[in-house]
Design a protein around this ligand. Structure first.
Ligand SMILES: Cc1cc2nc3c(=O)[nH]c(=O)nc-3n(C[C@H](O)[C@H](O)[C@H](O)COP(=O)(O)OP(=O)(O)OC[C@H]3O[C@@H](n4cnc5c(N)ncnc54)[C@H](O)[C@@H]3O)c2cc1C
Length: 389
């Protein structure tokens, strides 16, 4: 029998977490699994607004990667990956020896693009990584309660920008009221360079949120591109200045800069260019999945729902690669159910051209999200955890 292949998974985002469930049943005959990821728990971002609003605990929204690895018989290395030697087939991590691989899969997600706008890195709190965002939000919340007033600005009019500003509005006004302060002393602005918010979704979804934001006194500035940030002010291409006390950044995702030094073929935004099988277009036996993957010739949205669907095909392809068998393509679905929370137990949904809203939509989203995360909690433990020094 040929020697077992070393499969290394970098990052334990939604795609790898879900793939691990399937891999545990199928892969061990041909391969050994190692997962290298920054944290032993992965946040499920779709539940982040609910955590901010106090509807969920930290435990509710996190997938226990350590437990999942024990269940899947995978070795877990808790460490940050800083690079890959694609020819020597080694992964470099902080504070430990390089990890050798035969087959590699990258699922390091994406972060909002702060480094392309001068000053944004220094002054804005990005929505990812989630732990840093939560610390930034809690600090801004404490400053607001101390001062009694503030202007909150969110840059980015996609789903996460809209969910974020809606949630902040509900949470922070309630905070002020509870402290006997004026709830109207906090202001909110959403800034987007697009002509409309939520323009990647059905028209109905966007119009419903325009109405909700207006009713809550949230200012929406469209068609203006943030081009420079300084303390207290966002400057736009057309010369407009948007004043802020607290600034949050959710605009278009970008990939980790170290990917640029690997020699892997990337797209123009730095994401790993892959075939429909999720294998790199430049290197065999190297896969990318979830937000970090860029499917050549096909626009696959960077969304959790797609990461989870890819994971099923990825698990199979990793097993097939270990066996030396032909790989299968990922075929993205054209329409899916979109559910976006309005910051309270109220949400708006759409499928195709149809949109709808209400408390029941939030409860539907709540059931789906809780069901997804608790599916991981039911898995049983049984193997080795290696922590970096
Ligand atoms: C507020 C918010 C709400 C959202 N709501 C929805 C929604 O309702 N529906 C939906 O479909 N999508 C939603 N999304 C998008 C969704 O969260 C992402 O598309 C999804 O998480 C991508 O999954 P992924 O597997 O690519 O990676 P991620 O889940 O982003 O995980 C990446 C993993 O890689 C690890 N990692 C990164 N770099 C390194 C490194 N150098 N070394 C080691 N480990 C590393 C991270 O720690 C993390 O575990 C939302 C996003 C946000 C921000």
């Amino acid at each position: 029998m040929p020697a077992k292949k070393e499969i290394v998974l970098i990052g334990a985002g939604l795609a790898h977490a879900n793939a691990l469930r399937a891999l545990c049943k199928s892969v061990h005959e041909h391969a050994r699994l190692t997962v290298v990821t920054r944290h032993p728990r992965t946040p499920y971002s779709a539940m982040l607004p609910g955590l901010m609003a106090g509807f969920y605990t930290n435990d509710d929204i996190h997938i226990d990667v350590a437990g999942l690895c024990r269940f899947a018989g995978a070795k877990l290395v808790v460490s940050e990956v800083s690079g890959i030697d694609i020819h020597a087939r080694r992964v470099f991590c902080e504070a430990r020896e390089p990890i050798p691989f035969d087959i590699l899969s990258i699922d390091t997600g994406s972060t909002p693009n702060t480094h392309e706008v001068p000053g944004a890195d220094a002054h804005a709190v990005a929505i990812k990584p989630v732990d840093k965002f939560l610390a930034g939000f809690e600090a801004a919340r404490a400053r607001l309660l101390q001062r009694g007033s503030a202007q909150f600005v969110v840059v980015g009019g996609g789903a996460s920008g809209v969910e974020l500003i809606c949630t902040m509005e509900r949470v922070l006004r309630a905070d002020l009221e509870r402290e006997g302060l004026n709830p109207d002393a906090v202001g909110f602005t959403l800034l987007t360079r697009k002509a409309a918010i939520l323009d990647m979704f059905s028209h109905g979804l966007g119009t419903r949120f325009e109405r909700i934001l207006a009713a809550r006194g949230i200012e929406v500035i469209t068609g203006k591109n943030a081009s420079r940030v300084e303390a207290g002010a966002v400057h736009t291409d057309c010369g407009a200045v948007v004043a802020y006390d607290e600034l949050f950044w959710t605009v278009e995702a970008s990939a980790a800069p170290w990917l640029g030094e690997t020699g892997l073929a990337l797209d123009e935004r730095g994401f790993v260019a892959v075939r429909p099988t999720m294998e790199s277009i430049s290197h065999a036996d190297v896969f990318a999945t979830g937000d970090v993957a860029s499917f050549v010739g096909r626009a696959v949205p960077k969304a959790g729902i797609y990461a989870v669907r890819q994971s099923v095909v990825l698990a199979e392809n990793l097993r097939l690669a270990a066996e030396g068998a032909p790989l299968k393509p990922f075929l993205p679905q054209k329409r899916f159910l979109q559910l976006i929370t309005a910051g309270e137990r109220y949400a708006v949904g759409a499928r195709g051209r149809f949109s709808f809203e209400g408390r029941w939509v939030w409860h539907l989203k709540d059931r789906i999200d809780r069901g997804f995360v608790s599916g991981f909690k039911r898995l049983a433990p049984a193997a080795e955890t290696v922590k970096s020094a």
